[in-house]
Design a protein around this ligand. Structure first.
Ligand SMILES: *Cc1c(COP(=O)(O)O)cnc(C)c1O
Length: 391
């Protein structure tokens, strides 16, 4: 037997973490790392946040799970708060980003088909996008590296160039139900959409009667300095998928929608055994307790501004290693000239964790509550790492 007991679907870094505290992670063999990857933008409040611990402990001693056969108080509370703070009127809870996107696409299909447009099912997506790893979502993302060996593709997704309104318009047919886009390509390498592109998609969706879906699984929940990244562009979608940062490390997915978009997802049309269970909702509500404090996003923007100011000259200085810096708020992409895996290995040597992405980029996606001192430490590590690689 040569296969590992854990199915080897990841090329894992050989580190085992034992505990975390704030932006720090500690390995079982006593090493410490500054975590500027946050478990892929998930640990939005860092590790071992006292308010999250207290909320989860309190819930753990009361009730873990009942199923969605019954009302769940934590769901009603979290949904009401998401509704109050977004374009949405209603929320479906699930367990992951892929599931939130599945719900979004099912909602869009049903919206049209329940109104008699039986052949409206196709969804326009962007090349380079990532929407998760289910059969439908690898087809939505359309990337060869995710589809290889999993044929046939799920039918119903048409890919166009990210940022290209003309191509999007040309791809619309009488069968088109919706358009999906990430306001900033995440896995695709931290590529921000132009606000005019998002506005153009909104106008196009309205013109053709399509639903506009934003995948904010990575960009949402304060990551860019607004609660949701689309707020920067001043446009709202009909449907939005959330996950990663919403649970602060507890698995949660959420599909938010307007009443108009969601009104045909009636009882029995969609579901999830675990979705929105009391433990997950305690975590989600605890995250929002912190995020919705009036000063929180102001602080995120302040530390993000500081990080950009410190990092930009370091990136420019190491022009053999880095090509540039892009993104928004605390969702930062370092486009590399050297192979991004080698750059990440040098970061690791310095004690810094970050995350690779497509387009030979590195994601700097720290907890939202990092301090200026942690920024200083991280930027110094990036500087030394790049110098060691260039030498
Ligand atoms: C991570 C991600 C997903 C998939 O989320 P999972 O929880 O891994 O299913 C979907 N969309 C975007 C934009 C993501 O970043």
């Amino acid at each position: 037997m040569s296969i590992s007991a854990v199915m080897p679907t990841y090329a894992r870094t050989d580190l085992v973490f034992d505990r975390g505290q704030g932006a720090m992670l500690y390995t079982t063999d006593g090493r410490s790392f500054l975590d500027f990857g946050a478990g892929i933008a998930v640990s939005s409040l860092g590790h071992a946040h006292p308010h999250l611990i207290a909320a989860l402990k309190a819930q753990a001693e009361k009730l873990w799970h009942t199923s969605n056969l019954y009302r769940i108080a934590g769901q009603e509370k979290l949904a009401a708060r998401l509704v109050e703070n977004s374009f949405a009127d209603t929320v479906f809870f699930c367990n992951s980003g892929a599931e939130a996107m599945e719900c979004s696409v099912k909602m869009a299909r049903r919206y049209h088909q329940a109104q008699g447009a039986k052949d409206k099912y196709r969804v326009i997506t962007a090349r380079g996008a990532f929407h998760g790893r289910t059969l439908a979502m690898i087809s939505a993302g359309g990337q060869d590296k995710h589809l290889d060996g999993f044929a046939p593709k799920v039918d119903g997704f048409d890919q166009v160039a990210f940022g290209n309104l003309n191509e999007t318009r040309a791809a619309i047919t009488p069968q088109t139900a919706a358009v999906v886009v990430e306001p900033i390509l995440g896995e695709g390498g931290i590529v921000p959409a132009d606000p005019e592109y998002l506005k153009g998609l909104r106008a196009m969706a309205d013109e053709f009667g399509l639903l506009l879906i934003f995948d904010e699984v990575q960009t949402g929940v304060g990551r860019t300095g607004k609660l949701f990244a689309h707020e920067w562009a001043g446009v709202t979608p009909d449907i939005m998928a959330l996950a990663k940062g919403l649970g602060g490390g507890f698995p949660i997915g959420a599909c938010l929608a307007t009443e108009r978009a969601a009104k045909f997802l009636t009882a029995g049309t969609h579901g999830s055994t675990f979705g929105g269970n009391p433990l997950a909702m305690a975590a989600g509500n605890a995250v929002l307790d912190v995020l919705l404090e009036p000063a929180f996003l102001k602080d995120v923007n302040a530390v993000a501004t500081y990080l950009w100011a410190k990092l930009t000259p370091v990136v420019a200085k190491h022009s053999k290693v880095f090509e540039g810096i892009r993104g928004k708020g605390l969702m930062i992409g370092l486009k590399c000239k050297a192979p991004n895996g080698e750059v990440l290995a040098r970061f690791l040597d310095q004690g810094l964790l970050a995350v690779g992405a497509g387009d030979n980029a590195i994601r700097i996606i720290p907890p939202l509550n990092i301090t200026d001192a942690e920024v200083d430490a991280a930027v110094a590590m990036i500087d030394r790492a790049a110098a060691s690689l260039a030498a």
